[in-house]
Design a protein. Structure first.
Length: 73
């Protein structure tokens, strides 16, 4: 009762606005996620990467360990 009728109306209005903004944000978030997924796929095809985990580390013939390296040797 300490807020009165005006205060309750303002709070109700703010809650409705927050719900509306949350719905709009979910729609925009979904669009952005889809666009990023498309861009990632395009970039992978362009660079020839297939994704996934890098190969396990293994030892070479001379005993030194070979790690994952993005650069061509």
């Amino acid at each position: 009762m300490w807020l009165g009728i005006r205060g309750r109306r303002k709070i109700e209005h703010l809650e409705l606005r927050m719900q509306q903004l949350e719905r709009e944000w979910r729609a925009v978030d979904l669009e952005v996620t889809n666009a990023l997924d498309k861009m990632t796929g395009i970039a992978k095809r362009f660079t020839g990467r297939t994704g996934g985990r890098p190969p396990k580390e293994r030892e070479s013939e001379n005993g030194e360990e070979l790690g994952f390296n993005r650069h061509a040797e």
